[in-house]
Each structure stands twice: as structure tokens, then as C-alpha cells.
Ligand binder design. Sequence first.
Ligand SMILES: Cc1cc2nc3c(=O)[nH]c(=O)nc-3n(C[C@H](O)[C@H](O)[C@H](O)COP(=O)(O)OP(=O)(O)OC[C@H]3O[C@@H](n4cnc5c(N)ncnc54)[C@H](O)[C@@H]3O)c2cc1C
Length: 328
Amino acid sequence: MSEEILVLIEHRGGKARAISWEAIGFGQKLAGLLNREMAVVLLGHEVDALAAEMTQRCGQAVLVASSPQLESYTPEAYCAVLSQLVCQRSPWLLLLGHTYQAIDFAPRLAAMLGRGLIPNCVDFRWDGTQLTFVRQVFNGKLNLEVGFKGSPPHLVSLQQGAFSAYDVQSASNPKLVHVDAALTPEVLKRKVLGILKTAQGQVDLTQADIIVAGGRGLANKEKFQIILDLAQVLGAGVGASRPVTDGGWLPKEHQIGSSGQTVAPKLYIACGISGAIQHLVGMSNSGCIVAINKDPNAPIFSIADYGIVGDVFKVVPVLIEAAKEIRK
Ligand SMILES: Cc1cc2nc3c(=O)[nH]c(=O)nc-3n(C[C@H](O)[C@H](O)[C@H](O)COP(=O)(O)OP(=O)(O)OC[C@H]3O[C@@H](n4cnc5c(N)ncnc54)[C@H](O)[C@@H]3O)c2cc1C
């Protein structure tokens, strides 16, 4: 029985998505704790440059399944190739990012393999003998600890932003291994004609390097404009706490937190946000957190790397001017 941990890479336009680096970092941590081998799995067509980058950056073995039929994601092709790979290598664990893509194919893959899937995990526990994964239910009100029954391979998907991409180490096993990607024509039941963006210019917050987020401290929709202005000058995504989206100041997809998105940008600037636990679970893994709040006792300061005690309407315009100066 293999002891191996496999981490599936999700990529688009020749770049691995942030969640894949988070999954690699977590996989390496688990492999170290449990003394297991780890490899990265890349499915696609003409992905040599990305495979080379992956081996360089994480120093792990990269298993490449390359075929024109894998150029665009389809659940049938992914399930066919991954089930072949799993049957050949009998890994102990297959780690995925909990993305729309994984939500689409992972349950089908688990059913094909006759194995369990623990989806959307935010943490794990290892007591020396037993491994359990933590997932949130009821909009983040409760945490469940879930373990596997039966024999491996086990499938686990990780919530975006729950683990840090900065945990990726450079391991010492960088090699490229080409694996079988044979697909019979009848496997492919659909062809992707193109990928349409839902809205022009909209920032995918899970991919943003910088997020400027505003909360109820911004007072109303009109005054919230300074958050958009700061985000624009920094080339950042715009995030919000729940009162902002509930109040209709911004669409729901900007909400960060247990009932919104989970993000882990390099820089998160929280303006007029108190730091309720439901907000913190969505952003506490950010690389650097800057909090601006007029209340020195606001809980957001307990996780902030830099805190500014002050009025957002005085501090943010100064930041906008400073950013404009730097950009000149
Ligand atoms: C099931 C459930 C799910 C939830 N999911 C989410 C979620 O996904 N995301 C989320 O964010 N919340 C969520 N919440 C709500 C959460 O509990 C908090 O109510 C919410 O995060 C508070 O938002 P806030 O920090 O913007 O507002 P407040 O808690 O009201 O904080 C506003 C802050 O602004 C500061 N402030 C006011 N004026 C100024 C000023 N002029 N300058 C500087 N600072 C100022 C205040 O000092 C205060 O700290 C959820 C709640 C429940 C029950």
C-alpha cells in the first residue's frame, strides 16, 4: 500500500491557482508529520512550462498527464485520468482545492473509486495516531471533525484561503514524471468552446494579491466609495464585511467570511471592520493584515500585523494620496 500524498494542481492560462499552492503547502506539512511521500499532479495539454515551474518552486515530483483532450477541464476526462492514476499508484490521500471545478468532479471521482470525500476542510488534527479534518457547517456556526473509515485512498478538498500558500517549502525531489493520459473518445461527452468571464474587469478575490475591505464603519454606500478609490489606486480587489453586502452597498460576492469568500492575499487592508469571528475566518491567513479602526480595542487588531487607530475618513484619503505619489 502506497504511503503517498497526491496534490492536484488547478491551473488556467499557464498559471497554477493560489489554492493549489495552499494545497501543496498543506500536503508538505502533512507528509512531514506523517512521514509520507508527496507528489503533485498536473493534468492538461502543453503544460511543460508550468510543470517545470512547479518542480522548481516546490521541489516535489510532478506527475504530468498530458493530452489534447485535457486542454480544457471536463469532469469526464478528469475523472477518467485521475481514477487511472489512483489505481496505478494507490496513493494514501488525494488533496484538492475546494473550487467550483473540484465541486464538479470530486464527488463523481470518489464514487468511481468507491472511496469517501471530505469536502471544504479548514483545518486538521493529528493526535499521533489518528488524523481528522475540520469542516464548517451551518454558515460557520459549527465545526465538524471528520475522519475516514475504510481503506485508502482518501479524498479531501481544502477551503480556499484556509491554508497558507506561504508554507510551501522547497523539497528535494524535483522530477518530472509523465503518466498515462489515455482517453477513449467515448469518455468525452462534451467539448469546451470557450470560457466567458462573468463580468468584465471583476476581480476574483481568491486570486487577488491585495484586498481592500470595508465594513460598517464606512457608514453608508456613498461613503464606501473611498474603499473603491483606495482599491483602484493599489490595483486591489474590494472586499467587505457582511453588513456591507446585507445593506446592498456592494454585491454579495464581495463578502469575506464564513458565509462569504475565504481569501489569503499578500496584503489585506481592513477598514472600519470590527473583526467578528465570522469575518476573521475568511481572511486571517492573509500574508500581511493592516487594520484601520477608530476603536483601539477592536478585535481586528489582535490579528493585525499593522494597526492604525483612527478615523477611516481621515486615514484612507492619506493612503490614497501616498499610493498615487508612489505610482507617479
Ligand atoms: C451565521 C453568521 C454568518 C456570518 N457571516 C459573516 C461573513 O461571512 N462575513 C462577515 O463579515 N460577517 C459575517 N457575519 C456577521 C458578523 O458576526 C459581524 O456582525 C460582522 O462581521 C460585523 O461587520 P463589521 O465589522 O463591518 O461591523 P461592526 O461589527 O459594526 O464594526 C464596525 C467597526 O467599524 C469601526 N468604525 C466605525 N466608524 C469608524 C470610522 N469612522 N473609522 C474607523 N473605524 C470605524 C467601529 O469601531 C467598529 O469596530 C455572520 C454572522 C452570522 C451569525
